[in-house]
Ligand binder design. Structure first.
Ligand code: HEC
Length: 166
């Protein structure tokens, strides 16, 4: 029954194609592609706008697409979706408004835990500009982002993608 054999061969091929689609791109599993929770795509433009409206200028009207591109600087160490894994750095979901070191089960440096910082646009901006300048002794090995426009875009992107929808 060659026709049936062909059909089941097709089914196997289709199954493989599906498996390939759900695998993380580039073999780099950082949880951002795979996790179904609070996918940024699930936010409507109105919900994004409501979250951005909580920020002062220049963050409020910063370029989200640029921020997403700049997140490439962070993604080797951080996931940001709700429930995303901790990697070299902690998952960033819920960062805005949280105390530094808030993710249970992540092994933060003593320096960050003792910093007493709360993450808002001002502290986040200084952190991204120069982590070690803000918290001497942090174990986040990131050189810092010099451009204020770039930091504003990245912070706007993080706000929209790490906060519960309004
Ligand atoms: C080389 C890995 C690495 C890179 C790249 C990196 N981080 Fe981190 N990040 C860390 C580590 C490790 C910590 C924990 C620092 C500590 O405990 O001192 C951290 C902590 C943080 C925190 C504090 C989180 C909390 O729960 O208090 C924020 C916010 C953060 N990173 C944002 C960023 C952003 C935004 C970028 C990209 C511009 C970035 N990180 C790039 C490793 C990294």
């Amino acid at each position: 029954m060659p026709a049936i054999r062909t059909l089941s061969a097709l089914a196997v091929v289709a199954g493989l194609a599906l498996a390939a689609c759900s695998a993380p791109a580039g073999g780099e599993d950082n949880g951002n592609d795979a996790a179904p929770l609070a996918s940024p795509a699930a936010l409507t433009d109105a919900q994004k706008a409501a979250l951005l409206a909580e920020l002062p200028e220049p963050y409020r009207s910063a370029d989200l697409a640029k921020g997403e591109a700049l997140y490439a600087m962070c993604r080797s160490c951080h996931t940001y979706v709700q429930g995303g894994t901790n990697m070299t750095g902690p998952n960033l979901w819920g960062t805005f408004g949280a105390k530094a070191g808030h993710i249970a089960g992540f092994n933060y440096s003593d320096a960050l835990k003792a910093s007493g910082l709360t993450w808002d646009v001002a502290t986040m901006d200084k952190w991204i500009e120069n982590p070690r300048g803000l918290v001497e002794g942090t174990k986040m090995s990131y050189v810092g982002m010099k451009s204020p426009e770039d930091r504003a875009a990245l912070i706007a992107f993080l706000k929209v993608n790490t906060s519960p929808a309004k």
